[in-house]
Each structure stands twice: as structure tokens, then as C-alpha cells.
Design a binder for this molecule. Structure first.
Ligand code: PEP
Ligand code: CO
Length: 408
């Protein structure tokens, strides 16, 4: 028997199955894996189709009106920070930054959190060294533990169910927040988003919209494919091609214009406004060279994409003390280059995708964190270094000021 909300053909016809999928965990316990997949298949979707349609309309409207988009949150969510209290704190930061941007730019700002499912991380290295010990890398709480040991780093399929359950708590709090938003319309969010990385997890949460019968990804409003998993023809892109959600795609500095056109064709074959969000993350040294030919090609091909700058992921450096960090000056430089390039090519620079913590962390250098020594005060990220809210405010103010000047 099919669980409610799943029709036989969506569970049996999965166009991504059998395709290569990069960055997948090597689950060990097959019986437990099977059980976890069954649990997810029969669970209710985390977000309803109607909300996904609403976000698509909002993004289409953004393109029509030159409104703005702000996507922000942790690099990796923690399973231990999904309580209503933690979520309220994160939503407060989203409100603060979204309101500041809206006030300075004088425009509507649609808000999207990297939350309610951001539990899986792609890694450049599959293992890391701890003294003489070589252990698997941390891959996010959906897969393994950040604690450094050979056993704690084994992928555990039960974690997919724990991530689902934690996400239900976060999504419930976000929904209540959207409805109680006061003067701000519900359509402006905050909506949820995460990198759709673990194909086992995501594919079990594909559902059919009861009103239109179309398949949608019920794990989040706005899933994205990362720089390491955006190959057309492979599982991640095939999966997001098969659902009607708005979808994001990261673009790193080595992507060619042809690479990007191919992924646009796969994700947005009908050239629908509000469907595709392209997120360049090139690095402040490389963006001026790498981005313009891509923007020109996408515009010429007629894809009405939302352009969102990620000034974080191309600017990660190792500090002298061995901690991963980012310099706020580099982050601001890339954000401003991004906006200038888009505006120079008469395209809409819709906003920023940034990693920001709800706590007052010291993970990036800039503002109150003056130097590398300052990083050690409160460095708690599970993965990449995040801005604190003050540093993110400085970035947003620089962005909004530049927008004004360039239009004056
Ligand atoms: C991320 O957003 O945390 C991430 C891993 O990004 P990218 O795919 O751009 O490296
Ligand atoms: Co990150």
C-alpha cells in the first residue's frame, strides 16, 4: 500500500536513479539504511506544495519589480540547535538583516534561511588526519558526527531520520513566524532552503502536489545544487529537474559559460521566471574575469534567472593558527564586484547568499574581530566560518550604499 500523498508512479519513476551521484555517504548498515528510507518515504512532507508555489510567484515578482532576495544562515545546521528557542534566535537575525536591507535599498526583500534541513556538507577531502589517525571527514549531522573519532565519523543512516525530525521543529517555527510577521507580507518569508545533497534523503521526500499533480521536493522550499554536484546528467541535477520547486545552483570560478548553459537548460528548459536562482561564488580575485561571460551567455539564452551573489565560498583561507576563516574586506569586495558586473550588463543583481550565525561568533576577520588571534574567542562553526550579525550588517550596508550610488 502507498502511504498518503505518494502515488505509485513517483515512487517508481525516478529519473535520477542509476545516475552517478557525487559526494554520497557510504552507508554501512544496509538493514538500518533500508528502514530509514522507509520511514522517510511514509513521512509527511516538511513543506506543502502551496508554499512552494508561493515562493515561485514571489521570485517571479522579484524579477518583474527588481525586488531583492537575501539568503542566509549556518554553513551546516546542528541537530542540537533546532529547538524553538534556537530557531527564534536565527529568525531574529534574518529579520534584522532583511529589514536593514529593505530600509536602505527602499525595496521589498524576500528572505530565505539556510535552515530547516541544511544538514549535509560536500567535502573536498574524504578524510582528515588527526595525529597518526586518518578518519572520515565530517559531512554534516545528516551523515555523521563532528566529534573526531573513527566510530563517530562513520555515516549513520538513522541520522537522516533525525535530520527530518529536527527539520519538522524548525519548519513549524518558521511557518508560525511567517504568519505572525506583522506588517510584512507572508510571501516575503522567511522560507527554508538547503543544499539537496544526500540523494537517499531528498528522493524519499518527493511528493505530488495535490492540486496540480506535479512532483515537488517536500524537504524544503528552495533546494540548491552545490558547486561539487551540479553536473548535468548526474543525479542531483536530474532530481531537481524533476520537481517544480524554485531551485538554486552554485557556480564556482572554473565553470565555463557552456557548463552554466547546460545546467540552465536542464533546470529551466521552459525559461520560467522564478524557477532558477544562479549563485556565483567565485572569490574576490576571480569574479571580474570569470562572471561576465557567464552572465552574457545566460542572458542571450533567454533564461530569466535570479542572480544571487555568494561572496563567502570563494574567499575561504586558512589562518596562521590553522582555523578556516574569511576576511570581511574580501567578502565585501566580491559582493560589490558581483553587483557592478550584473548592473554593467543590465541585469538585476537580486541580492546575497551568506553564511551568518545567530550567535556572536568570531569566525571571520573584520569589524570587531581585528586579527587572527581574535578568531579563537568564539569559533563554534561545524563547517565554514560564518559572519556574525554585526559583520553581516556591515556587508549589507556596503551593498545597499553601492546600489544607491550606482543608480543615482
Ligand atoms: C555551501 O553553501 O556551504 C557550499 C558548500 O557551497 P559550494 O557548493 O558553493 O561550495
Ligand atoms: Co559553507
Amino acid at each position: 500500500m502507498q502511504p498518503p500523498g505518494i502515488t505509485a508512479d513517483i515512487t517508481h519513476r525516478r529519473p535520477w536513479e542509476g545516475r552517478p551521484a557525487a559526494q554520497q555517504p557510504e552507508w554501512q548498515d544496509h538493514a538500518v539504511h533500508h528502514e530509514a528510507c522507509r520511514t522517510l518515504e511514509s513521512a509527511p512532507p516538511l513543506v506543502p506544495a502551496a508554499e512552494i508555489r508561493q515562493l515561485r510567484w514571489s521570485l517571479a515578482d522579484l524579477l518583474a519589480t527588481d525586488a531583492l532576495l537575501l539568503q542566509l544562515g549556518d554553513c551546516a545546521e546542528s541537530l542540537y540547535e533546532c529547538t524553538p528557542r534556537h530557531t527564534a534566535q536565527k529568525l531574529q537575525v534574518i529579520d534584522r538583516l532583511g529589514n536593514r536591507l529593505s530600509e536602505l535599498a527602499g525595496r521589498r526583500v524576500i528572505r530565505v534561511g539556510r535552515m530547516g534541513g541544511q544538514f549535509a556538507k560536500p567535502r573536498s577531502q574524504p578524510t582528515e588526519n588527526h595525529g597518526a589517525l586518518v578518519i572520515p571527514s565530517f559531512r554534516g549531522h545528516m551523515i555523521n558526527s563532528e566529534l573526531a573519532g573513527p566510530r563517530t565519523r562513520q555515516p549513520d543512516p538513522r541520522r537522516m531520520v533525525w535530520a527530518y525530525e529536527a527539520s519538522t521543529v524548525v519548519q513549524r517555527a518558521m511557518r508560525a513566524h511567517r504568519r505572525g510577521g506583522g506588517r510584512r507580507p507572508t510571501a516575503d518569508g522567511p522560507w527554508s532552503s538547503h543544499e539537496a545533497l544526500v540523494v537517499d534523503y531528498e528522493s524519499r521526500l518527493v511528493r505530488r502536489d495535490p492540486d496540480t499533480d506535479e512532483p515537488y521536493l517536500g524537504s524544503t522550499h528552495l533546494p540548491w545544487v552545490g558547486e561539487r554536484t551540479r553536473q548535468p546528467g548526474q543525479a542531483h541535477v536530474a532530481m531537481l529537474s524533476a520537481v517544480v520547486n524554485p531551485v538554486g545552483c552554485k557556480i564556482g570560478p572554473t565553470a565555463s559559460a557552456d557548463d552554466v548553459l547546460r545546467v540552465c537548460e536542464a533546470l529551466d528548459p521552459r525559461r520560467e521566471p522564478g524557477r532558477l536562482v544562479l549563485i556565483p561564488r567565485m572569490g574576490h580575485h576571480r569574479i571580474q574575469q570569470a562572471l561576465p561571460p557567464i552572465v552574457r551567455a545566460v542572458a542571450n539564452a533567454g533564461h530569466p534567472v535570479v542572480w544571487l551573489g555568494d561572496p563567502m565560498h570563494g574567499n575561504t583561507v586558512k589562518s596562521g593558527l590553522g582555523l578556516k576563516t574569511r576576511h570581511l574586506t574580501d567578502v565585501i569586495a566580491e559582493a560589490l564586484h558581483f553587483r557592478d558586473i550584473l548592473e554593467g550588463l543590465r541585469q538585476h543583481a537580486a541580492g546575497l547568499h551568506i553564511e551568518v550565525a545567530a550567535d556572536d561568533v568570531t569566525e571571520c576577520i573584520g569589524g570587531p574581530v581585528e586579527n587572527e588571534e581574535g578568531l579563537q574567542r568564539h569559533y563554534t562553526t561545524l563547517c565554514d566560518p560564518r559572519l556574525n550579525a554585526d559583520q553581516a550588517t556591515e556587508l549589507i550596508e556596503a551593498w545597499a550604499r553601492g546600489t544607491r550610488t550606482s543608480r543615482a
